[in-house]
Design a protein around this ligand. Structure first.
Ligand SMILES: [Zn+2]
Length: 375
């Protein structure tokens, strides 16, 4: 399998380069269509592909949904391969170039190279006349980098029907798969105090700023490295002028957690925040944006399978947990095993030195093909 893919290395690299050069920052409709044009072209050359659907996301772009090996259904749930075609880089911000066995370019690592290897994995299976036990669904969304406003429900629908989900997000440093991702909840707290003259009668005032300063200290003191739950007050504003005791103030908070139990604990805590100064009223708004991707028994089993396949292919696959969330979090909430970070290795996601390692294309394609063939 490995040699078969390696023989196509040059074509694969050129396909990746072409895809990267059609720039597609989130919300760029033309870029999104251009990328899907190329991907659709690739899909059309693969015999196992039975349907290609481009789903319009108004003013944003289009999602791509591809079905393959559908005749193998036998009642088996499909393997869902998840990716995204949008990038964080504005048009013209980065140039594509080769240097020291690396390909640099906007979104090459996160994650256009991996969109290409998904099709290459299907092509490899067809060339070897391997028919997987399950149908394969590919879903590439166009709004992952901006919170998946319209991609989310597609991800959830497809994940609900799937037997397992393979996410082509970049691996962690060292090529590690991601077997858990933290969930995120964001909150705002508005404080309403009592204004007064700071010089004449400060005691009549109840400072909203002081109240939120104390709440900030309280929340940050709850940071717990052991449970990996975190609180960060990242934004604060309030008051009118320095000689007035502030009647209003506001903070925004990012909270992260690794388990649904911790998510519930954070939610209860935020819902029951009491003011330090009872003359100040607090309004708490917010909630969970992405639930955690927990390392369940199903996730661990999926990882061990991938690890065994990698070993047969001659490389080590490790695992790790990360703080950032992806569409894998939405998929995991559908109670299906999810293995994330299966993309081509490289570095510099979202940065100006974003690149992939050309030597990692063949092994990752083979791993993906192996997973599809044996799951
Ligand atoms: Zn990504």
């Amino acid at each position: 399998m490995h040699t078969l893919i390696a023989r196509r290395q040059d074509e694969i690299v050129q396909a990746i380069r072409r895809l990267v050069e059609v720039e597609s920052p989130s919300g760029d409709v033309q870029g999104s269509r251009g990328v899907n044009e190329l991907l659709e072209g690739m899909a059309r050359t693969i015999t196992s592909v039975s349907s290609i659907e481009r789903i319009d996301s108004p003013n944003c772009g289009e999602h791509l949904l591809v079905h393959a090996f559908e005749e193998n259904a036998n009642g088996n749930k499909p393997t869902l391969i998840l990716g995204h075609t949008d990038t964080v880089h504005a048009r013209g911000a980065l140039r594509t170039r080769f240097e020291q066995e690396r390909l640099y370019g906007p979104g090459v690592f996160d994650m256009k190279a991996s969109c290409v290897i998904a099709f290459e994995a299907l092509r490899t299976l067809a060339a070897l006349t391997i028919k997987p036990q399950r149908p394969v669904t590919l879903l590439f969304t166009c709004d992952e980098e901006i919170g998946s406003a319209t991609g989310r429900s597609l991800v959830e629908d497809q994940a609900r029907q799937a037997g397992q989900v393979l996410v082509l997000e970049p691996p962690a440093a060292g090529g590690l798969a991601k077997t858990s991702r933290k969930g995120v909840a964001t909150w705002t707290i508005e404080a309403r105090g009592i204004s007064s003259h700071a010089g004449l009668e400060p005691e009549r005032g109840a400072s909203a700023i002081l109240e939120l300063a104390r709440q900030t200290e309280r929340l940050h003191s709850l940071n717990d490295p052991a449970s990996a739950t975190s609180f960060n007050v990242g934004l604060i504003n309030g008051g009118t002028r320095s000689n007035v005791v502030a009647a209003q103030a506001r903070i925004e908070i990012d909270t992260r957690f690794s388990t649904y139990d911790e998510a519930r604990r954070v939610k209860d805590l935020m819902a029951n925040l009491a003011p330090f100064d009872t003359r100040v009223g607090l309004t708490v708004k917010g909630g969970i944006n992405r639930g955690p991707l927990e390392r369940t028994a199903g996730v661990a089993e999926l990882f061990h399978r991938a690890q065994a396949i990698a070993q047969r292919l001659g490389f080590e696959l490790g695992e790790c947990s990360v703080g950032g969330a992806s569409d894998g979090n939405f998929a995991a909430a559908m109670d299906v095993p999810v293995l994330d970070g299966l993309g081509v290795n490289g570095d510099g996601a979202h940065a100006s030195d974003e690149h992939i390692l050309l030597s990692d294309i063949a092994p990752r394609t083979a791993l993906l093909a192996g997973l599809i063939a044996t799951l």
